[in-house]
Design a protein around this ligand. Sequence first.
Ligand code: B1M
Length: 210
Amino acid sequence: MVEFSAMTEALVACDIEKLARFVDEAIAGNVPAGDILNKGLIAGMDVVGEKMEAGDMFIPEVLMAAKAMGACVEKLKPLLDDGDAKKSVSVLIGTVKGDLHDIGKNLVAMMMESAGMEVHNLGVDIAPENFVAMIKEKNAQIVCLSALLTTTMPMMKQTVDAIVESGLRDQVKILVGGAPVTQAFAEEIGADGFAADAGSASKLAKSLVN
Ligand code: B1M
């Protein structure tokens, strides 16, 4: 049986083939998808982050690791079904302007989709006015903002402010998340909720519309 630490090592080594093989073997061995994700892949990304900070890994390598993780997340997607479908909830999700990180945001989108929500994944580097336009276009009830950089957290506040100014604030619940974001920050900027991970984001969204 593949050890989670072997997955972590393959991810840090940007060895896409090896990582994919380990994930396939773990799936075949009935290892829970959530464990593969959290103990193998996300744990590996944390090591990548530490190495990046220490100057031991550079952007091209980090991108390769991110690509390897993305490919494996696709394999896990059908297995991470959250069940308990709540249909016809329109959710917008995007990474705020200035921020290009999307792995965590895509996981949140995936969990919400598998819970039966209609998720419109806007991508990365999304300006406040684009969130506003898409709330109108998709008649959204929930808006999820992701930020991974302390420098882009203020853009979450600007996005909330733009939604207020557009007159659409009462129509939507705004949820925020991403590694540097906290519950206190969510309250400070006037968001309706904070979620620390993809599973709790999906649960929170469901609870807010039920
Ligand atoms: Co970046 N980066 N990065 N990076 N990067 C971090 C975030 C960093 C902590 C690394 C470090 O120094 N230790 C650091 C930020 C420091 C800070 O702000 N305090 C950093 C930096 C500095 C940078 C650059 C500035 C580096 C440079 O250019 N000098 C640059 C900025 C580019 C930009 O955005 N403008 C940059 C670039 C990149 C890459 C492009 C190379 C790549 C991103 C590729 C991609 O996303 N496609 C990258 C990566 C991969 C990382 C790390 C290593 C991994 C992020 C990740 O995917 N984690 C990261 C270090 C780390 O986080 N350990 C780092 C795995 C993912 C599953 O977790 O995204 O936290 P996460 O998502 C979780 C939760 O946060 C939550 O649920 C998810 C799943 O459970 N969540 C939400 C996320 N969004 C949510 C939204 C919600 C709810 C929950 O809505 C309701």
